[in-house]
Design a protein around this ligand. Structure first.
Ligand code: B12
Ligand code: SF4
Length: 476
């Protein structure tokens, strides 16, 4: 293989890099350990993206992963750094972030700790202070980050224009090899134009994509490293919330993956999430989509079905239509693409009729396409930082702020608890359906999901839940 194939297009990087090296700071960015008592190897897209912004602004960044690094061996690094930054993927990481801050405050009491990630961004200042006091700094956006670092927001590039390549370089080959040997986050885009009530993601905004030339040089670098490590296939989970929302933009990214595979022989194995309506629209609009997907290595699409027609109305998911689901599954089947039906269920509006209908629908999908459809159930949490339940505010928020260990119970894989589903009969019904759907589809080998149990709080129940959760395999 020609080594020139793998030359990093430095010009692209030079154009993007900022020139603020005069104020170079040392920053250690931390991925916390998987919250349920074991270690998960999964390159964190959010943290790498935050790191890429800081590196492009001229700072020296070191990326640490408490799933893979021994914290006791890192004390010198923490002692020598100007800032410690932590990225939280979702609410279940809040309890362990508090424990991490406690440990850091004992070790390096004066070093500022910055917290970022979507769950942190969605807390109001008052809520953040109720959980963390003054022991950590909330980073919601570029302005907060610039203020913390003592620079101007214009000194920091947009995340979509900052290359990840230098971050991967600083990780070192051993770490990168570990990450590339398992599935990792492929940051392609952020944001979704829809605004489903239950959703806590970056919604009601135009989707923003990684700059195409940055994407190309980053992917080129990863392929080069994979080749060097003897890894022939890169397994990725894209960051896009609705992959086909802007089909012509994502087509460009897919064509880059296909080109890199052609040039280097390194294959990509990509899975993504999509709305049924967006996929069908893309299939009609983009000529040759099937070939584009195949050449890019896209092998699996997870469709956010999330309930039945009755539920879509109240959850403002009206871009879903019942007939679209089987149409998507049939189209993917024809294309040779695996499908997963993501069903967030257990809304306050769910009743025996809607849950039974959902169950029957899933059975119909799996038995119509017995080889190509998996069912992935999740249990809705009405109040999660960032969704409409949270923004409306209610007594449950006060309970969470007073006892942050309850944030575990907001995990979408966790069964309903008194906190999340206060009506007793409704809670039991929802849990019965959730566990039954998992059990039935697992029995026939069509459900990769596993339930977690609400481990927040004190007492026998949470202690047993904690023990059970340790045994649960990782979510996909
Ligand atoms: C890939 C992914 C995962 C992966 C890997 C995590 C990762 N970070 O790579 C896995 C599969 C492990 C995962 C797990 C979970 N995930 Co997830 N995941 C995503 C996904 C699809 C992409 C993340 C990403 O790369 N985004 C792209 C980057 C560019 O955006 P970003 O994350 O916002 O990061 C930017 C800023 O926030 C900031 N930033 C981030 N961290 C930091 C830190 C510092 C110090 C600073 C300064 C800045 C900063 O800088 C970045 C660039 O601007 C997102 C959806 C999405 N589009 O974001 C959901 C998402 C983040 N996940 C979510 C959730 C809830 C979870 C789970 C908790 C699910 C659950 N079971 O309940 C689990 C966690 C439990 C576990 N198993 O570990 C929610 C979070 C919602 C919320 N408001 O809390 C999201 C938004 C999905 C959704 N539709 O709701 N996830
Ligand atoms: S659930 Fe999906 S479609 Fe709805 S707002 Fe969230 S990301 Fe967008």
């Amino acid at each position: 293989m020609e080594s020139a194939l793998f030359d990093v297009p430095n010009k692209i990087l030079e154009d993007i890099y900022m020139t603020t090296t005069a104020h170079m700071l040392n920053i250690v960015l931390v991925t916390l350990r998987y919250p349920y008592g074991k270690s998960q190897t999964f390159m964190n897209g959010s943290l790498c993206s935050a790191a890429s912004v800081l590196v492009a602004a001229g700072h020296k960044v070191e990326v640490i992963d408490l799933n893979l690094d021994d914290e006791d061996q890192l004390q010198d690094k923490f002692a020598a750094t100007d800032f410690i930054g932590v990225s939280l993927v979702g609410a279940p990481f809040i309890p362990s972030s508090l424990e991490f801050i406690d440990r850091m405050k004992r070790l390096v009491p004066k070093t500022p700790i910055l917290l970022g990630g979507q769950v942190i961004e969605r807390l109001s200042e008052r809520e953040f202070a109720a959980i963390y006091g003054e022991r950590a700094v909330q980073v919601k956006n570029k302005t907060d980050l610039a203020k913390a670092l003592g620079c101007s927001p214009s000194d920091l590039p947009e995340w979509s224009e900052a290359p990840m390549l230098p971050v991967w370089q600083t990780m070192g080959d051993k770490r990168l090899r570990q990450y590339l040997s398992t599935e990792f986050t492929l940051v392609i885009s952020q944001g979704c134009v829809f605004q489903c009530v239950f959703c806590a993601a970056r919604k009601a905004m135009k989707e923003q994509h990684v700059h195409i030339s940055i994407f190309e040089s980053d992917m080129h670098y990863l392929a080069a490293k994979a080749f060097e490590f003897g890894i022939s296939e890169l397994s990725c989970y894209t960051s896009s919330l609705d992959f086909f929302q802007n089909p012509f933009t994502v087509k460009q990214h897919l064509e880059i993956l296909a080109k890199i595979t052609r040039d280097t022989g390194i294959r990509f194995k990509v899975r993504c999430l999509s709305c049924v309506s967006s996929f069908l629209r893309a299939e009609r609009a983009v000529p040759g989509l099937e070939t584009i997907l195949r050449n890019a290595g896209l092998y699996c699409i997870g469709f956010g079905v999330d309930g039945t027609e009755e539920i879509w109305k109240v959850q403002k998911k009206t871009h879903n239509a019942e007939d679209d689901v089987p149409m998507c599954l049939a189209t993917c089947h024809k294309m040779g693409i695996r499908t997963e039906i993501l069903i967030v269920m257990g809304y306050q509006e769910d009743n025996l009729a809607t849950l039974s209908k959902l169950f029957l629908n899933t059975l119909r999908y799996v038995f119509t396409w017995p080889k190509g459809v998996d069912i992935r159930p999740y249990l809705n949490k009405e109040v999660v930082p960032g969704n409409e339940g949270w923004n409306r505010g209610n007594g449950r928020i006060a309970k969470l702020l007073a006892n942050p260990s309850l944030f575990y119970n907001l995990d979408f894989a966790a069964c309903a608890s008194r906190l999340t589903h206060p009506r007793v009969g409704h809670r039991h019904m929802v849990n019965v359906f959730y566990l039954a759907i998992i059990a039935v589809f697992k029995l026939i080998g069509r459900c990769p999901n596993n339930p977690l149990f609400p481990q927040g709080g004190k007492g026998l129940g949470p202690t047993l839940a904690k023990l059970a959760n340790r045994l649960m395999p990782f979510d996909r």
